[in-house]
Design a protein around this ligand. Structure first.
Ligand code: 5AD
Ligand code: FES
Length: 349
């Protein structure tokens, strides 16, 4: 086991069988070693810096019906809201004042925000804050729209692949296409975005083989960012009775992702922090190096409920920023408020 992990550390690759073998035999000792090596790899690449991103959840409307997600269109009890462009700009102003230099605009798949509205919004944000990086996380759109949004000034795009298992993907995403999701990720990369992919851990029916495929897919795609979080059931979804993913399994996947895609930016996700009060700190110690505090107005925070018991829904942005700084320092890391571009993005293409 130790040999396998050290091979991964020094060579960055394992076969599918080796990953499955490893996942089946993770005991406390092996995990500790794995987290330690991932931490070391992150330090080699990015030092002890943790980058902060200001997350603005601007619409809870969604046209999709993902079985796991509280924002799914069929959830009639979900409270919906839309922040209008001037309100989004206000969030950016507050964030900029607090020191943020990356804004992540995230929403359900909401066609109210047409290409034109988004282009104008992006141009306004970039005109007012030219020294910031702008990340979009708005789901699937036409290739041409992706292109226009990039030209308007968007720098990065998060689109998790959610799971590398075609069968599981199809069950969880009625009327969506596994192939199109992957195609979108390719298109986004070709356009020039820094791209984030990623997946959930502990989805009902997910196997160790599936998780190995998630890692191998990420290695082949080589995204700039990798978001990994535990599945957490939401009470008003068809998966309300399913068990949540575990902290330990999620941390193992974070560590393996760090070793297999060493130059990626990897967030300590809110879902991890929601499952375990120390979840984000544990992720930082297992190879993660991003935290994404919420900049959305307090009044809408609880309405962006992808899953139950989400953290930081009652905290002012300033308090959250302060709280995180303390937490990051206490965990032994330093806060970097810069744009925090991925190492890959500096390579000559
Ligand atoms: N549990 C955990 N993560 C979830 N997401 C959506 N619903 C859930 C849930 N119930 C994740 C998806 C999505 C990201 C924004 O949040 O991976 O891409
Ligand atoms: Fe948001 Fe602590 S991280 S309040």
């Amino acid at each position: 086991m130790r040999q396998l992990i050290h091979k991964l550390y020094s060579r960055g690759g394992l076969s599918r069988d080796e990953i499955v073998y490893l996942l089946a035999r993770l005991d406390a000792g092996v995990r500790k070693e794995l987290y330690g090596l991932a931490d070391r790899k992150r330090r080699e690449k990015y030092g002890d810096k943790v980058f902060l991103r200001g997350l603005i959840e601007f619409s809870s409307y969604c046209r999709r019906d993902c079985l796991y997600c509280g924002l799914r269109a069929s959830n009639r009890s979900a409270e919906r809201y839309r922040l209008k462009p001037p309100e989004i700009l206000d969030c950016c102003r507050e964030g900029y004042g607090l020191g943020y230099r990356t804004f992540v605009l995230q929403s359900g798949e909401d066609p109210w925000y047409t290409e034109e509205i988004l282009v104008n919004l992006i141009q306004e944000i970039k005109a007012e804050f030219p020294d910031t990086a702008l990340t979009l996380s708005i789901g699937e759109r036409e290739d041409r729209t992706y292109q226009r949004l990039y030209e308007a000034g968007a720098d990065r795009f998060l689109l998790r692949h959610e799971t590398a298992s075609p069968k599981l993907y199809q069950t969880l995403h009625p009327s969506m296409s596994f192939d199109n999701r992957r195609r979108c990720l390719k298109v986004l990369q070709e356009i020039g975005y820094q791209v984030g992919a990623g997946f959930m851990v502990g989805l009902p029916g997910q196997t160790a083989d599936d998780l190995a495929d998630d890692l191998l897919y990420l290695q082949a795609l080589h995204p700039d960012m990798i978001g990994i979080g535990p599945f957490i059931p939401h009470s008003r979804t068809p998966l309300s009775g399913a068990a949540a993913g575990t902290i330990e399994d999620t941390l193992a996947m974070v560590a393996l992702a760090r070793l297999m895609v060493p130059d990626a930016l990897i967030p300590a996700t809110t879902a991890l922090g929601s499952l375990d009060s120390e979840g984000r700190e544990k992720a930082l110690k297992a190879g993660a190096n991003i935290v994404m505090p919420n900049l959305s107005p307090i009044a809408v925070r609880t309405k962006y409920a992808l899953y139950n018991n989400k953290i930081c829904t009652g905290d002012e942005s300033a308090a959250c920023r302060h709280c995180l700084e303390l937490r990051i320092h206490a965990a032994g890391f330093s806060v970097d408020m810069g744009r925090g571009d991925s190492l890959k993005s500096f390579q000559v293409k």
